[in-house]
Ligand binder design. Sequence first.
Ligand code: KIV
Ligand code: NA
Length: 274
Amino acid sequence: RKKAPNAEDIRARKGGTPLVSLTAYTTPVAQLMDAHCDFVLVGDSVGMVLHGLESTLGVTMEMMVLHGQAVSRGLHNAMMVIDMPFASYEHNPAEAFRNAARLMAETGAGAVKLEGGVEMAETIRFLVRRGIPVMAHIGLTPQSINTLGGYKVQGRDQQAQAVLADAHAVAEAGAFSVVLEKIPQGLADRITAEIAIPTIGIGASAGCDGQILVVDDMLGFFTAFKPKFVKRYAELGQQAEDAIAEYAADVRSRAFPADEHVFADHAPAKGSAT
Ligand code: KIV
Ligand code: NA
């Protein structure tokens, strides 16, 4: 790592050119985004995107460490933030510290992200005061899917005050930025105006201080479902399936391997290319 921004550099971007971020789970994909993103998130979405889990609840510390190490090898310019998985931080601040410190030490991440607002403020303060930069995540918090009752918009109508209170609580607790997931645009703009740390929107507002998307969603590689807030910038899943179908047809018709893919019985003369 030479000039990757740190958490305080990200905090200082409040109100400036929007922060660019995506999730990544592997070295080659991290390499693709390294020059374009301010920070890359090793999201616990890895469980659904790469491991076929039905929610993020089954993601473990071991999975986060392995994917964090892989992403870290692909980043030199962008900051790396890593998600704390379900049940690794909610119980008490001391356990949160132990797990956050392990994620940072074993992956080289510059910060951790955890879900929750008012109820996590004490833990955020505990971590930050002990040297762990925390990115908060409020609004739709997928680790709470079983109590939220579904992946629905959070903070409409009378719910708005609760999300606003969450935003103020995490900012005052010392988070260096906060992800706002799937909340109304007007509420996202109000939060962005009222709190002193950068807001990172996903299904929020173009007025946020930055944006994030799940990389497999925006590349069209994860197609089990498409949230309204996802813009597909490519259809790599379709391209990949077309390629696999073509390969299957080539094998069955013996069109593959062709002459250029096979080896002669005798060694080629010295200086020959093959
Ligand atoms: O896990 C994840 O991908 C996330 C982003 C959607 C913010 O938390
Ligand atoms: Na996440």
